[in-house]
Design a binder for this molecule. Structure first.
Ligand code: B16
Ligand code: MG
Length: 211
């Protein structure tokens, strides 16, 4: 029996991907590294360090410089997220959260981002969640199941009682590895392994998932 819903943040509740892109792009331009919106697609749901490695694309950079670059990108990102408001919720996200809350389900966020908490606060949905897990919660990032298992534990639920809503391939893999019901948001090529798939959050059909 399903008792809780675990939401990814970027790509499910809001589209911070655009802000991540602008931050990485600024860094890439400063460093003379080519980086396009299309390249940015690969960074979806991936940790900050892994994102930098994808951006560097095999370029050798000393560890100290990598730390400085991650820090610089994060400072740009932190400036961008200051401007986030409830207008930045993806269509249907607030309605879905309110519906689930009124039906008595436990609700959580499980994001790879170390900036998840300020983003959720600015979106004005902090109060609907029973648990917010972020980039500080566990060591092993998605596709490892750790973040979702930790989140279920914090909710007091068993993995099989949880539904995960995710837009990244690594996130779907993590949800399946955790033994949870996986709902993918996005194209078949990306989230096709999920139990249920929708193009957009607004298309989610709760009756299908809960049947
Ligand atoms: P930060 P999610 C992920 O968020 C983003 O999709 C990914 O692009 C980003 O690199 C990652 O968070 C880490 O973010 O640098 O803020 O710690 O989809 O897991 O909510
Ligand atoms: Mg995501």
């Amino acid at each position: 029996e399903i008792k809780g819903f675990i939401f990814d943040l970027d790509g499910v509740i809001t589209d911070t991907a655009e802000l991540h892109y602008r931050s990485w792009k600024k860094l890439a331009d400063e460093e003379g590294i080519p980086f396009t919106r299309e390249d940015n697609e690969q960074l979806r749901g991936v940790s900050r360090r892994k994102s930098l490695e994808l951006l560097l694309n095999g370029r050798e950079v000393p560890e100290e410089k990598k730390l400085e670059m991650m820090d610089r990108k994060n400072n740009y990102y932190k400036e961008f997220i200051k401007q986030i408001t409830e207008e930045d919720l993806l269509p249907g996200a607030k309605e879905l959260l309110d519906e689930l809350k009124s039906r008595g389900y436990k609700l959580a966020v499980a994001s790879a981002s170390k900036n998840a908490k300020p983003v959720i606060k600015n979106l004005g949905v902090e109060h609907v969640f029973d648990q917010i897990s972020d980039g500080y919660s566990v060591e092993k990032t998605k596709p490892a199941p750790d973040l979702f298992l930790y989140t279920a534990k914090q909710l007091g639920l068993k993995p099989e009682e949880c539904v995960v809503i995710e837009d990244a391939e690594a996130g779907i893999e993590a949800a399946l590895a955790a033994g949870m019901t996986a709902v993918g948001i996005g194209p078949e090529e990306r989230v096709g392994k999920a139990h249920f798939r929708y193009d957009k959050v607004a298309d989610i059909n709760l009756d299908d998932i809960l049947a």
